[in-house]
Design a protein around this ligand. Structure first.
Ligand code: MGD
Ligand code: MGD
Ligand code: SF4
Ligand code: MO
Length: 689
């Protein structure tokens, strides 16, 4: 038996795990007692959901499509096919006819290699990652308001906070170890504020719970700021010394009275005032948010408004007063930090900055494009328009998880060539010409960066199954065959290159990571940064920026034809596309997606618990089982997207965040009926056009 200490590959908490293996099988996983983010805890996924590693469904050989079918092939055949097709398309249509996606489930080194493959071996900036559909609005807003794209503090700030305000985030399901930490804090006296159209579990820990209509967060936050200003809870000293732009915000706040807020959000004025006082009067308070903030038409603006709230009360850059966006996937912070984005190199430095681009040119020995690449939605549009000809999709199941499935399917179908690098066949590999068998987090080494900006080591507990190879080896080999030798022996060489080329990560090295990891910025001498902005912001003049952004209505809204608002999200037992958790015992706990509906709406529509219902939106329709419960606000329904047979994303349209094109997954107007009333509803693609 062999034991390794590694980092969980599910969510952005970044729990440190002790994995015990016998040969090529995982025997058990337990929490590392000294893990800085988990302090001896894990959740059901990190601890138990590892059976997928030796599932009979794992990809064990490359697959090549022949006569319409994916058939097993040798590595030689698969790699040759990739090189000849990508070479042909590049020659015929130029490098920008090819695009790649990096995987936020994979390591920093894998993602860095993937963006280098696209930029140096292919010659395009067409590279993006799932942060696009997740927390890209957070990244955009934090850079605008404060300067850097990361949480301002650490999970330990939760233990030190007098108040924790959570908006649009459900930590006991999505980030259970943080959820448990918040429960502990609450039991010790930390007061909670929860803001969610569903009564999330943490609302029951003595919280002030505000239940806004979906899509009205901006009004809620402006309302809180109004009360704080009106009642003299503003930190004038902090505003004067550390910020700019407060006057225009103050002017905007004038009309955002609790009564006006109630009108838009449905939150009783007195509740809003109580929450504003609790937050404003606390000596320290931390702000946590998730997709209930970001996955909206104005998601990035709401994050800017949250930054306003923290700055006007001086609650940033101090112990206990942190802004903690709960980043989703294990390495979505890292894949973005590594420059797997169409407009930036590592640490968010623009591709059209000559000095930066030249430093990569010098290291890689090739000229690099200064032209911004395509975002994921732009890639699909370009594929449909016939301009994008090939995609290399690494560890992302876009055909299940991206919005408007019919549109995604049309785009993938229209490509001349699609490569998927995966651990399982999924909805997206159904469109692939070549599928490459890769390795999961328990079968590779490198680093992940968690939601606290913490680089942590990943070590292999078992080898990849069959002929599968590590993602790092595969990307390096494809690049070599395309004529660009990356010259690395192992991921640790890539990490050294990342540190060499990126001042913010300058002091990161395998040796220095130790058991605690390192929170960026990491200086040359190895000192890291648990708290950002203790003295100044990372913006011109060192000042934080107040954004005076008014409330605007969401992209979709209920009407006579589509009277209910569908909110989509996740459940504890399953993870995103579900490829991994559906292949573990978690499926015995939850074996399907369900539509949560309030008893009042259910009674009005003659829907009983467990009934099959039809759900129709402006772009598509699905069938699903109803689950009648009081957690959800009347007028709203909720479902997850973990089971491919549900096809939740057939319902979601193209509306997206104005600054980052993060999809508006959280506000979809729908019509819900008992299935028997609509036997003609076929679960069909193509209604969206
Ligand atoms: N078990 C499990 N854990 C996961 C994942 C998983 O699939 N399963 N996925 C991981 C990933 S990729 C991510 S990004 C994170 C996501 O974790 P969270 O950000 O917590 O994600 P969600 O559950 O999608 O949405 C959070 C809450 O937003 C609320 N909400 C929706 N609309 C609004 C609104 O307009 N206003 C407000 N205030 N709230 C709203 C929803 O009701 C929901 O309770 O979880 C990660 N962890
Ligand atoms: N309706 C609705 N849709 C949503 C959301 C929502 O709230 N509502 N949330 C969105 C969000 S926040 C996100 S992040 C996306 C997530 O969407 P995805 O990124 O598509 O989902 P995942 O299941 O996390 O993983 C993608 C794929 O990576 C594979 N994989 C896992 N580990 C590895 C590895 O190490 N190497 C390789 N090569 N492959 C690997 C898995 O088998 C899986 O097929 O979904 C989005 N979709
Ligand atoms: S909380 Fe997240 S990182 Fe920790 S064990 Fe669970 S899934 Fe893994
Ligand atoms: Mo996510």
């Amino acid at each position: 038996m062999a034991a390794v200490t590694t980092t969980c590959g599910y969510c952005g908490v970044g729990c440190r795990l002790e994995a015990l293996a016998d040969g090529d099988r995982i025997v058990s996983i337990s929490p590392a007692l000294d893990g800085p983010a988990n302090e001896g805890h894990t959740c059901i996924k990190g601890r138990f959901a590892h059976g997928f590693t030796r599932s009979p469904d794992r990809l064990r050989t490359p697959l090549i499509r022949e006569d319409g079918e994916l058939r097993p092939a040798s590595w030689e055949q698969a790699l040759e096919r990739i090189v000849s097709e990508l070479g042909r398309i590049k020659t015929a249509h130029g490098p920008d006819a090819i695009a790649g996606l990096a995987s936020s489930r994979a390591t920093n080194e894998d993602c860095y290699a993937m963006q280098r493959l696209m930029r140096a071996a292919i010659g395009t900036n067409n590279i993006d990652n799932c942060s696009r559909v997740c927390h890209s609005p957070t990244s955009f807003a934090l850079r605008r308001s404060f300067g850097l794209s990361g949480a301002t503090g650490s999970f330990t700030d939760i233990d030190r906070a007098e108040v924790a305000l959570m908006i649009g985030v459900n930590p006991t399901q999505g980030h259970p170890v943080v959820g448990a930490r918040i429960k502990q804090a609450a039991l010790r006296g930390c007061r909670l504020i929860t803001i969610d159209p569903r009564r999330i579990e943490l609302a029951d820990y003595g919280a002030i719970h505000l239940s806004p209509r979906a899509g009205t967060n901006a009004a809620v936050v402006l309302g809180l700021c109004h009360v704080i200003r009106r009642d003299g809870l503003v930190d004038q000293e902090f505003i004067a010394a550390r910020t700019e732009g407060y006057e225009s915000l103050a002017e905007l706040l004038e009309n955002c009275t609790p009564e006006a807020t109630e009108e838009i959000t449905g939150i009783p004025a007195a509740d809003l005032e109580a929450a504003a006082h609790l937050y404003g009067e606390a000596a320290s308070a931390s702000l946590l948010w998730g997709l209930g903030v970001t996955e909206h038409k104005y998601g990035s603006e709401v994050v800017q408004l949250l930054c306003n709230l923290a700055m006007m009360t001086g609650k940033v850059g101090k112990p206990g007063s942190a802004l903690l966006p709960l980043r989703g996937q294990n390495n979505v912070q890292g894949s973005s930090d590594m420059g797997a984005l169409p407009d930036v190199y590592t640490s968010y430095r623009p591709v059209d900055d000559d000095e930066v681009a030249a430093s990569f040119e010098a290291e890689w020995g090739v000229p690099l494009s200064r032209r911004k690449g395509l975002t994921i939605p732009q890639m699909f549009d370009a594929a449909i328009a016939g301009e994008l000809k090939a995609m290399y999709v690494f560890g992302e199941d876009v055909a299940q998880t991206d919005p408007d499935t019919a549109h995604v399917a049309a785009a993938l179908e229209n490509l001349e060539f699609l490569v998927c690098q995966e651990i399982f066949e999924n909805e997206t590999t159904g469109f692939a010409d070549v599928v490459l068998p890769a390795s999961s987090f328990l079968e590779k080494e490198g680093t992940f960066t968690n939601a606290e900006r913490r680089f942590q080591a990943v070590e292999a507990a078992i080898p990849p199954p069959g002929e599968a190879r590590t993602d790092f080896e595969i990307i390096g080999e494809v690049s070599r065959r395309l004529g660009h030798e990356m010259g690395w022996e192992s991921p640790w060489d890539a990490l050294d290159e990342i540190a060499r080329l990126t001042p913010q990560y300058g002091g990161v090295s395998r040796k220095r990571l130790g058991r605690d990891g390192l929170q960026w910025p990491v200086r040359e001498d190895g000192t890291d940064s648990p708290i950002l902005y203790d003295a100044s912001f990372d913006r011109p003049g060192g000042r934080g920026h107040f954004a005076a952004l008014p409330y605007k209505a969401p992209g979709d809204s209920a009407d006579e034809e589509f009277p209910l608002i569908l909110v989509t999200g996740r459940v504890l037992q399953h993870y995103n596309a579900g490829t991994m958790t559906r292949r573990t015992a978690n499926v015995d706990l939850v074996d399907r997606d369900r539509l949560e509906i309030h008893p009042d709406d259910a009674a009005r529509l003659w829907i009983g618990d467990g009934d099959r219902v039809s759900v129709r939106s402006r772009v598509g329709h699905i069938e699903i089982e109803a689950q009648v419960n009081t957690q959800i606000e009347p007028g709203h329904v909720f479902t997850s997207f973990h089971f491919p047979e549900t096809r939740t994303n057939l319902l979601v349209g193209q509306s997206s965040d104005v600054n980052t094109s993060c999809p508006e997954y959280k506000v979809v107007a729908v019509d819900v009926r008992p299935f028997s009333e609509n036997p003609s509803f076929e679960p069909a693609l193509g209604t969206a056009g």
